[in-house]
Design a protein around this ligand. Structure first.
Ligand code: UTP
Length: 302
């Protein structure tokens, strides 16, 4: 059992990155030299996906262009003998992988974005990847880890991570019944609970393997937190009918939907980048010595 179809909801407004996201999608912001969406696509392909379904909104042409063949650029690089760069450009979409673009006319929420993928997904299990959650899976990409769980149990699997209590109200949060180390059956799931109402410290992050039953449930999911149609609310209905597993993946997640998470990812990926890693490390060492002089001065009283 392999998940062949991966859905990438990229129709959010990306308001936390304005004005950078005024004309380009948040998912096109680069981590060192690759846009976020390319990391997400590579992760899906490494887990066996061969059909990529992008749910796009306004200003998303750049994503379409990124995964399109760039004839002029390739010819130019070929003529100049830039073989390495040519390979980098061609690797963006490996042979045998196809892309489908579906427009979400209005940003009505993640649940609604996933529902838009129904005609392309049809009646098979599929994955959802949120590209702004960049996950360095260390030994194995996060979705490939989840695929192993899916192969063993044959049910929906959602990725979760422990987060500090102060941050819990920004996430979907699960209560689980333990099944194995790092794996539990979801008993309850709530979107953005108040700190004191959170059922646990296990937050849902942007990787899901879902059965197509979710579409029927999304169709009747009313607007929830933030006035949006929440995927979490549909999953909450699904656990009444089917087993949904919560999997604590191994690796580091960077919340690249926030400025701080995005900067952290750039620093960490920069440090281990084969081309610039060493020089960047030296640079950061120098900067860290100067940090006290660079830090904003405390305001004087009076
Ligand atoms: P976010 O909650 O990060 O929202 O969406 P956002 O609009 O992208 O960013 P901010 O909060 O305004 O800065 C989580 C994921 O769901 C997608 C986003 O593209 C992102 O990958 N999404 C969200 C949609 O595709 N459609 C929507 O209507 C909402």
């Amino acid at each position: 059992m392999r998940i062949r179809k991966a859905v990438f909801p990229v129709a959010g407004l990306g308001t936390r990155f304005l004005p950078a996201t005024k004309a380009i999608a948040k998912e096109m912001l680069p981590i060192v030299d690759k846009p976020l969406i390319q990391y997400a696509v590579q992760e899906a392909i490494s887990a066996g996906a061969e059909e990529l379904i992008f749910i796009t909104g306004r200003s998303k042409n750049s994503i379409m262009d990124h995964f399109d063949k760039a004839y002029e650029l390739e010819t130019e690089l070929e003529q100049r003998g830039k073989e390495k760069l040519l390979a980098i450009v061609r690797e963006v979409l490996p042979p045998g992988v196809t892309c489908i673009f579906i427009r979400q006319a209005e940003a009505l929420g993640l649940g609604h974005a996933v529902l838009c993928a129904w005609p392309a997904v049809g009646d098979e299990d599929f994955s959802v990847i949120l590209a702004d959650d960049l996950i360095d899976g260390k030994l194995r990409p996060c979705l490939a880890q989840m695929q192993r769980v899916y192969q063993e149990y044959g049910t929906s699997v959602i990725a979760v991570q422990k987060v500090p209590k102060e941050e819990i109200s920004s996430y979907g949060v699960v209560e689980v019944q333990p099944v194995a180390p790092g794996l539990g059956e979801v008993r309850r799931i709530v979107e953005k609970p108040k700190k004191e109402d959170a059922p646990s410290d296990l937050a849902v992050v942007g990787r899901y393997i879902l059965t197509p039953r979710i579409f029927k449930l999304l169709e009747r999911t009313p607007r929830g937190a933030g006035g949006e149609i929440q995927l979490t609310d549909a999953i909450s209905m699904m656990i009444q009918e089917q087993t949904v597993l919560a999997y604590e993946f191994e690796g580091t997640r960077y919340d690249c939907g926030s400025k701080l998470g995005y900067l952290k990812a750039n620093v960490e990926y920069g440090l281990k980048h084969p081309e610039i890693g060493e020089e960047f490390t030296q640079y950061l060492k120098g900067v860290s010595g100067d940090l006290n002089s660079l830090a904003p001065k405390e305001k004087k009283q009076g």
